[in-house]
Design a protein around this ligand. Structure first.
Ligand SMILES: NC(=O)c1ccc[n+]([C@@H]2O[C@H](COP(=O)([O-])OP(=O)(O)OC[C@H]3O[C@@H](n4cnc5c(N)ncnc54)[C@H](O)[C@@H]3O)[C@@H](O)[C@H]2O)c1
Length: 255
């Protein structure tokens, strides 16, 4: 018996990087997977990979910045598999923006919308189905070490930090009804967002006590743990997957 046999998962941002690795990990442990992404071609490619490996998988276009798009994607996932047990929120990101004094309101609005309100939209749409999940529902959201300490990018960090109190509130509110909410807070993870930044990655790797940057699979393993019955008594928490950088501290990270 694998940890997700008979369960259905929806992974936002599942077309690339951490979301793709999470979709693969959940599928490898028995889950049926809906791969939801703004980039439908990438989502389809991942669903095809999963299908070839014997998983029931479907791709759906989803923009987490748009409530009706999220609702349609969630409805499609439930139509396809008749249940929803696990929601993994990975869609998000920082991108480049001006330094704090020059950040226009539009930068703040965009980053809060994508990284914080986008997660709210996905949880709100999935909640009725998670509440109906026979063995209890689980939400795992990808935050960042930026939401826990001062690594820069104030708007992105504020959005990721907001996920922490959102998650704690929802954990307290819906725990009695069997739905768990947790965060994974990655450090630097080698995904396409670091493409063409090999020098930065090499410099960052030296700052991590464990001597390397993370890989998407490092995060996916934590996602699968928190989503699974192995974490049945864990809710409202944040699990850093950070190679020890939070222990070393932001000061070290800037040195
Ligand atoms: N890579 C890192 O170093 C790192 C570190 C900490 C946290 N994170 C977080 O991990 C998550 C995934 O990042 P990644 O590095 O895998 O990035 P990625 O670019 O490889 O993957 C992100 C995926 O989200 C999708 N996406 C973007 N906007 C979307 C939207 N509006 N609606 C739906 N899908 C959308 C993209 O198409 C892509 O498939 C993000 O929330 C990011 O903030 C990444």
């Amino acid at each position: 018996m694998r940890r997700f046999d008979g369960r259905a998962a929806l992974v936002t941002g599942g077309g690339h990087g951490i979301g793709r690795a999470s979709a693969h990990r959940l599928a490898s442990e028995g889950a049926s997977v809906t791969v939801a992404d703004l980039d439908l071609a990438a989502a389809q490619a991942v669903a095809d990979e999963l299908g070839k490996a014997g998983t029931a998988a479907v791709a759906v276009r989803c923009d987490v910045r748009d409530r009706s798009s999220v609702e349609a994607a969630t409805a499609r996932a439930v139509d396809e598999f008749d249940r929803l047990d696990v929601l993994v929120n990975t869609a998000g990101g920082g991108g480049r923006h001006p330094d704090f004094p020059d950040t226009d309101d539009s930068v703040w609005e965009a980053l809060l919308d994508l990284n914080l309100v986008g997660v709210v939209r996905c949880i709100r749409a999935a909640l009725p189905h998670l509440l109906a999940a026979p063995e209890g529902g689980s939400v795992v959201t990808i935050s960042s070490v930026n939401g826990m300490a001062t690594f820069g990018s104030e708007p992105y960090s504020a959005a990721k930090s907001g996920l922490q109190i959102l998650t704690a509130n929802l954990a307290a509110k819906y725990g009695p009804q069997g739905v768990r909410f947790n965060l994974v807070a990655p450090g630097t993870i080698r995904t396409r967002v670091w493409d063409d930044q090999a020098d930065s990655l090499a410099r960052l790797a030296r700052l991590y006590p464990l001597g390397r940057v993370g890989e998407p699979d490092d995060v996916a393993a934590a996602v699968a743990f928190l989503a699974s019955g192995d974490a049945a008594w864990i809710t409202g928490t944040v699990l850093p997957v950070d190679g020890g950088i939070l222990s070393a501290g932001p000061t070290r990270s800037r040195s």
